[in-house]
Ligand binder design. Structure first.
Ligand code: MN
Length: 481
């Protein structure tokens, strides 16, 4: 890069992050202010190209996602605001967004508006580079619809794994002064020149590589193990061919959206993995990258056993109650060409936590928690132990007092006891009689109801089915469960 400060001059040596205060500039008359980038948020100057490349890794925004029908857009907006502050404060040069920007292939207008708004603010008028790949929830074509416009602002949108990219159209043999320029590109890789960095970034990109998005049949075998092996091999092949564009004078990075064996799942990414869930072995990751940014798993985690540091940044918001207790974050990566990167997790405060309440002492306990302001801003999944069914008045009362009460589930310890008892000895018709008796306060089920219940349990049998036969069915069910 063309900076007029001589390498080895005072300032470069003094501050390994390449930043200094206005005071320092006063004392160093040999510095030219044109060579300094001023950061408004933390009021520091940085010397062009003096420090490492600063990369921010995030994924799984799932814009437009709801929680049991409740909108999360407010929290998603607040995450974007927080992210914009972080990239300013940390003077990030390159942002990697590893898929699942949206929650559905047909996102609501408000989610798309938020995404474009975020790109606009994060790219800092084309001075900061952004790379976005499609996840399984994204519609690859739709995500990339704005590509021709985005590339002029230093943004790479990459949807389908085999799409062939080209250099920025405005690139005429030279980087665009002051702007991020895609100086070279091809299938699955880009080389970016970032004005605040002296070294280029080369990014190998593999958007969600399902068979259908690859447009390939990987194996004719239906054996899951063979399928998985073939799949893993194919991903390895693709990554190693993209990785051939890595160079020792550049910062070399990988980005993908897939499930690497050994990662820890949570419920919010599971439903979309049904069918041929792409799972790859750790050796499928490119070994010659300096850092690999992954999306798909919603818990932030490091992938063990890879030769290059590989991480899931996790989702910025908790999207399922199985994520309770896991902090949400983004990753900051500092990289020089040919050196090991350093990473730092930056925790997020945007968004409300998801919390499970189990009130074993009944409604009074729930009332007490509400009065105390327990988990005051959280979304709550409530399980309350009761002797009799909850009245709609009770439910209404709780919801009126406490916002974001998602589920209210009554638990009948008495019934639980009966069920436990029944599992060991009672036939199912007896169990039903006992249950009916219990819930109605002592009534006996009518013959007709009894018959209807039994036919539901096993439509092949009529109401003459004996208790012992049903018991047998039940036992078999218990074994397969
Ligand atoms: Mn996801």
């Amino acid at each position: 890069m063309h900076h007029t400060i001589a390498r080895g001059s005072k300032i470069v040596r003094l501050s390994n992050r390449g930043t200094c205060t206005a005071d320092y500039i006063q004392k160093c008359p040999q510095l030219f202010v044109e060579d300094m980038l001023y950061n408004k948020t933390n009021r520091r100057y940085s010397v062009k190209g003096a420090g490492p490349m600063r990369i921010l890794h995030t994924s799984d925004w799932h814009l437009g996602r709801t929680l049991e029908g409740r909108s999360r857009i407010e929290e998603q907006i607040s995450f974007i605001n927080e992210l914009c502050t972080i990239v300013e404060e940390e003077m990030v040069d390159l942002i990697l967004i590893a898929g699942d920007v949206f929650d559905t292939v047909n996102p609501p207008a408000v989610a798309e508006e938020l995404f474009y708004n975020a790109l606009n603010r994060l790219s800092d008028s084309g001075r900061r580079a952004i790379v976005v790949i499609a996840g399984n929830h994204d519609n690859p074509e739709r995500l990339c619809a704005a590509s021709p416009h985005a590339v002029q602002h230093g943004i790479t949108l990459y949807g389908l794994p085999k799409e062939v990219l080209t250099a920025s159209p405005s690139f005429l043999g030279q980087p665009n002064p002051g702007k991020v320029t895609r100086v070279a590109a091809g299938q699955g890789w880009v080389e970016l020149h970032i004005p605040s960095c002296s070294d280029p970034a080369i990014v190998a990109m593999l958007p969600y590589p399902s068979e259908s998005r690859l447009n390939e049949v990987l194996s004719k075998s239906l054996d899951e193990e063979i399928l998985r092996e073939e799949y893993s091999k194919r991903v390895q092949q693709l990554f190693s061919s993209f990785g051939q564009h890595f160079r020792p004078d550049a910062v070399n990075l990988g980005i993908s959206h897939l499930f690497v064996r050994g990662g820890m799942e949570s419920e919010s990414e599971r439903p979309i993995q049904l069918g041929s869930a792409p799972t790859v072995e750790v050796n499928a990751m490119p070994s010659n990258a300096q850092y690999i940014a992954l999306g798909h798993l919603h818990r932030a985690q490091i992938v063990k056993g890879t030769s290059a540091p590989t991480r899931y940044s996790g989702s910025p918001l908790a999207y399922s109650f199985s994520e309770t207790g896991y902090a949400k974050s983004v990753m900051l990566v500092e990289a020089y060409p040919g050196q090991e990167v350093t990473t730092r997790e930056i925790f997020l405060s945007a968004g409300y936590p998801l919390v499970k309440w189990q009130a074993k002492e009944g409604l009074a306990q729930v009332q007490q928690w509400i009065d105390e302001g327990k988990d005051h801003n959280a979304w709550i999944d409530l399980e309350v132990f009761v002797q009799s069914p909850l009245q709609s008045q009770d439910i209404h009362n709780l919801r009126r007092q406490r916002e974001r009460l998602i589920n209210i589930r009554p638990v009948f310890p008495e019934t639980e006891k009966i069920v436990a008892e029944a599992r060991s000895k009672l036939p199912i018709d007896e169990l039903f009689r006992k249950f009916y008796h219990d819930r109605t306060g002592g009534a006996e089920p009518e013959q007709e109801l009894m018959a209807m219940f039994l036919s539901l349990i096993d439509p092949d049998k009529d109401d003459s089915t004996s208790s012992s036969q049903l018991q047998t069915i039940r036992d078999e069910e218990a074994e397969t469960a």
